[in-house]
Write a new protein. Structure first.
Ligand SMILES: [Zn+2]
Length: 137
C-alpha cells in the first residue's frame, strides 16, 4: 500500500508544472486565453490585474496600446480584437509589471500608482520612493 501511495504521489507531482512548485510571492500571473474567431479572450484578466494590485482598466489600456488594437472588459474577462498568442500576452504582463508595478528604486512590487496633474507615479510602500511612470493616454 505504501509503495502504491508513493508512486501515485510521484505521478501526481510530475504533472504539476515546475512553476507551481517554485512559486514565490512575486510570481508573474499567467494569462489564460483563447482565440475565438477574430478575437482573443483573456479569461482571467481581472484576476491577473488583481494579483498585480492594479485596476484592470489600466492594464487593458496598456495591452491594447502595445498590441495596437482595441479591447473591452467583460466581467472577469477581457476581449481583444485580433489573434494573440498566450506568449505575447504573458510577455506584455511582464512588461507592464516592469513599467507600472515594480519600484524603480528597490525593485519590490508593493507599490501603488498615483496620478498627480497629468503625471503618473509609482509610489513604493516599502522604501517610500516616488518614481515617475509613463502616462497612458
Ligand atoms: Zn521601493
Amino acid at each position: 500500500m505504501q509503495m502504491d501511495y508513493e508512486s501515485l504521489l510521484k505521478r501526481g507531482m510530475s504533472r504539476i508544472p515546475e512553476k507551481a512548485i517554485k512559486s514565490s510571492k512575486y510570481e508573474t500571473p499567467q494569462t489564460e486565453s483563447n482565440v475565438i474567431g477574430a478575437k482573443t479572450v483573456v479569461y482571467n484578466f481581472k484576476d491577473v490585474a488583481a494579483k498585480l494590485n492594479r485596476d484592470p482598466n489600466h492594464l487593458l489600456k496598456f495591452m491594447v496600446r502595445e498590441l495596437a488594437t482595441s479591447g473591452v472588459l467583460e466581467d472577469a474577462r477581457a476581449s481583444l480584437h485580433g489573434r494573440f498568442m498566450k506568449e505575447s500576452l504573458d510577455e506584455l504582463v511582464v512588461r507592464y509589471i516592469k513599467a507600472y508595478v515594480l519600484c524603480t528604486s528597490c525593485n519590490k512590487p508593493d507599490t501603488k500608482l498615483l496620478r498627480e496633474d497629468r503625471m503618473t507615479f509609482i509610489v513604493c510602500e516599502v522604501c517610500g520612493a516616488k518614481n515617475p511612470a509613463k502616462t497612458l493616454v
